[in-house]
Design a protein around this ligand. Structure first.
Ligand code: AHR
Length: 502
């Protein structure tokens, strides 16, 4: 179907927020142990972290990383993970019914973040712990030498405060599965107390209050409102989480879930702005979209099997293998996040290695890029400058779950300094190609630098240890004639098109 759009520097949403390209490391399954950390691996550095994984993390281009959970944090004692490794306790992790060895803890993880160039975002346990432990932890991490917990850190070899700026006040506290699950008022009271104490310690911290675990929660909307009515003055962001999978084999709706994420963001923004309006406040609470991805949760209904199975260290939990179609969905979700760069303050794809992740590893063996690695890496690398919406007609796909959605889902970024224009687009039709004309007259003379496509005629194609490059970005079909770009978008495909001033 032919569709025509216009890109113009006047259609600006705001600057590209680099924190949109965050990731997440939880003590879950093999994300930490035999994921980022494996002291016996041939590529391990002197602190036991895998060099091959670190190289892929750098290539992925993630900017922020949330740690240590997730559900894990709601039963976590930070004290167990610091100090000499030999004296750290083995404990029972209630979230994932696993043995946690504590061989990786806060200092180890923050040192790794420094080495790989990631900004850490730490979550504190507001499940089975409270205000006092949260404040002790902040002092341990960020306190200047000379007080009890800061000196404990110094004694553990880390004189300089870590200076962590981003803090999550608990995780998914609305979820009945959460250790220490709370009502909105119970959570809001505790989060407000912790936020007030944290801002007293350092007013420049960026604090995230828990929003809903997903928009299908029965308390969605009210939860955000009640939490923000209590915490509005003390927090900066409210969290959003969502995972997508084809429900009942409905790939048509699955390919269009970026429309669902778009509406979810608008709903949370509206709720936050409603609280601001009632307070006659100009302050804006933005979203920390600190868990999002494709997750075949239904397939893991065997999760119950997993969870009642033998309790071991680093069990192989939720190791989803992603298809070419999943990569297109992930690319389209990144487009949605970019389109909301003005109101999404942080976003973290969940997770980084092995557990619902763009990187898979074999213990003692190889590490490779899943299909979903590619749209993330390309977007993180080339989205620069100002985010621009597109005007025009973008076609239509009728979906059972989301109604009619635009077929071509796109966004552009323009770096006025370098003259680079990047267009990110997904064809959200499973069956129909799109012939797309993009009018670029407002940018003067341009040249086409590169057009890369992620997708495959075989929507179920995956990368594996034996075929790690089965699905990789390939050259796309496009032509620039004067100020008009013509692009062919095959069904279920994601595109990164780069142009530059002549
Ligand atoms: O990312 C996996 C889990 O999903 C997280 O631990 C939890 O916060 C969410 O439910």
């Amino acid at each position: 179907m032919p569709v025509t759009s216009t890109i113009d520097p006047a259609f600006s949403v705001g600057l590209v927020n680099p924190w949109l390209f965050g990731t997440f490391v939880e003590h879950l399954g093999r994300c930490v142990y035999t994921g980022i950390y494996e002291p016996t691996h041939p590529s391990a550095d002197e602190d036991g972290f895998r060099g091959d994984v670190a190289a892929l993390v750098r290539e992925l281009g993630a900017t922020v990383v949330r740690y240590p959970g997730g559900n894990f944090v709601s039963n976590y004692r930070w004290e167990d993970g610091v100090g000499p490794r030999a004296s750290r306790p083995r404990v029972f992790d209630l979230a994932w019914r696993s043995i946690e060895t504590n061989q990786v803890g806060t200092d180890d993880f923050l040192a790794w973040c420094t080495r790989v160039g990631l900004e850490p975002m730490l979550a504190v346990n507001l499940g089975n712990r409270g205000l006092a432990e949260a404040v002790d932890y902040l002092e341990y991490v960020n306190g200047a030498p000379g007080t009890r917990y800061a000196d404990q850190r110094v004694g553990n070899g880390h004189v300089k405060p870590w200076g962590v700026r981003l803090w999550c006040l608990g995780n998914e506290m609305d979820g009945p599965w959460q250790i220490g699950h709370k009502t909105p008022v119970e959570y809001a009271r505790l989060a407000q107390e912790v936020a007030h104490a944290y801002k007293t310690f350092d007013p420049d911290l960026q604090l995230v209050a828990c929003g809903s675990s997903n928009p299908a929660m029965p308390t969605f909307g009210d939860w955000e409102r009640i939490v923000l009515e209590h915490c509005f003055d003390d927090v900066d962001l409210i969290s959003a989480h969502v995972y997508y999978e084809p429900i009942g084999g409905d790939d048509v709706s699955f390919l269009a879930v970026s429309a669902h994420m778009d509406r979810y963001i608008r709903d949370v923004v509206s709720t936050a702005d409603h609280v601001a309006a009632k307070r006659h406040s100009q302050k804006r609470i933005n979203i920390s979209f600190d868990e999002w991805n494709v997750w075949f949760a239904a397939r893991h209904a065997e999760k119950e099997v997993e969870q009642t199975a033998e309790v071991t260290e680093a069990p192989a939990l939720i190791q989803d293998v992603y298809t070419a179609l999943d990569a297109v969905v992930v690319g389209s979700l990144l487009i949605t996040l970019l389109r909301h760069t003005d109101r999404v303050g942080v976003a973290c794809q969940a997770q980084l290695v092995n557990a619902i992740a763009p990187i898979l590893t074999v213990p003692g063996g190889a590490a490779w890029r899943q299909t979903i690695f590619h749209p993330f890496a390309l977007t993180a690398k080339y989205a620069r400058g100002t985010v621009l919406m597109l005007g025009g007609d973008h076609g239509q796909v009728d979906t059972p779950a989301h109604g009619a959605v635009e077929q071509v889902w796109a966004v552009a970024t323009h770096d006025a300094q370098s003259g680079e224009l990047a267009i990110f687009a997904a064809n959200r039709s499973l069956a129909d190609p799109a012939s797309w004309t993009v009018r670029l007259g407002a940018f003067g003379e341009l040249r086409l630098v590169e057009h890369l496509v992620v997708g495959d005629e075989d929507h179920s194609a995956v990368n594996s240890e034996d075929f790690p490059d089965r699905v990789v970005p390939k050259a796309g079909v496009s032509a620039l004639a004067g100020d008009q770009l013509s692009v062919t978008l095959p069904p279920a495909s994601w595109h990164c098109i780069r142009l530059a001033s002549r």
